[in-house]
Design a binder for this molecule. Sequence first.
Ligand code: FMN
Length: 438
Amino acid sequence: MAKKFHLGWFMNFIPPEWDTDHASPDVADWATGDFYVDMARSMERAGFDFMMIEDTAMVADAYGGTMEGSLKHSVFAPKHDPLPLAIKVAASTSKMGVVATLSTSFYPPYLLARACSTADSIARGRFGWNIVSSAEDRAAQNFGLDRLFEHDERYDRADEYFDVVTQLWDSWEPDAVVMDRETHTYADFNKVHTIDFVGKYFKSRGPLNTIPSPQHRPTILQAGASPRGRQFAAKAADAIVAVGTGVAGMKEYRDDIRRRAAEMGRDPDEIKLMFCVSPVIGPSKEAALEQMERLVSDDRYVEKTLVGISSNTEIDFSQFDWDEPLPQDLTTNGELGSLKHFMRGDGSGPQQTLRQLAVTSAKQGIEFIGTADSVAEEMGEAMAAIGGDGFLIAKPGWDLSRKYITDICDGLVPALQRRGLVRDQYEGTTLRAILHEF
Ligand SMILES: Cc1cc2nc3c(=O)[nH]c(=O)nc-3n(C[C@H](O)[C@H](O)[C@H](O)COP(=O)(O)O)c2cc1C
């Protein structure tokens, strides 16, 4: 019997496909969130662990020094706030988890701890927080800063931030709410405590003014891949969302995290590694390959991809010739892991052109293109070789269509279920419990 693996979906609150053959008639209404509620219902029917809503808070102008590319192609702009969508999704589902991305660089800790606690109560314990420290000066400038903090200092702040919010979530003892009718006491004041936190970066008196939520603290997801990022994840994360290159790269990543977790005294099985993949499913392998080829051979796809990577790294990729190899000495104070992953291409050497790198990036770390059955088979083999713990679906080209959601939820997932590779029903009732089912 194969070991089961977990499934999440990495998406954002952006316009879905609107100018293609697969655009839904109601796409103009995407900002109501209804499109994504439909998606969540399909995912829950398929038994996904969670929907994870990515976030950044800016309109990027890194590509060519203008906002044109971002807004014209709607590459991460517009992008709406993930928290209200997460709450709408939670209220429209009953079993699957939902994860919102909130930044430690911009949210004051008290505000975040309170928002997450409230969301987890509304979600009846199915809420997760993707803890990011943000990676763009343009976002920092929307919050009164000229520049983002340096890479490692962002993690030092995130470390301390995590301690403050954890203490705030612990500021109510689990049995503080007594609702004693005889003494007319709602909460026992002896069981609610100030935290009087004074750190290098943050100060908070506490206590939180919310009751303990079902999970007490939300399920914590984390994404940083640098050594400092991995160290932080090993301390704080319930699950890590990751990009890895090939089975070998993913196995190395997972082994490293498990080693770090054990060194910190944590049970490595407590942390689930989820690797981004972008399966393309068709009625035949040829049809699926053709579908991918149609996407990546379009110059608009290449430009959108370059606008996106420019936005995350704040490197202007419009300065490079698409058909020349990319200089190898690029670096960033932004998403270094994403830059390295992008530049590595398909691992076939340093001579790939920028266009080839953009094409490769559509496939993420492992190419899964074929029929539902052939891809399910390949995913099972890859996961067995990696050792665990799951895959995170990310659509090639990002903007979603109902067709893609159906291909995954009603094509690929049933094929995985037939092989016993993923769940076909939920046992856990909180997101943390769902992640610990296997
Ligand atoms: C799969 C994945 C998802 C991410 N999601 C977000 C996000 O939603 N918002 C954000 O600001 N950063 C996001 N990041 C960036 C990371 O949080 C982190 O800032 C970045 O990877 C740089 O850290 P590192 O140098 O430790 O890798 C994501 C990164 C990866 C690999």
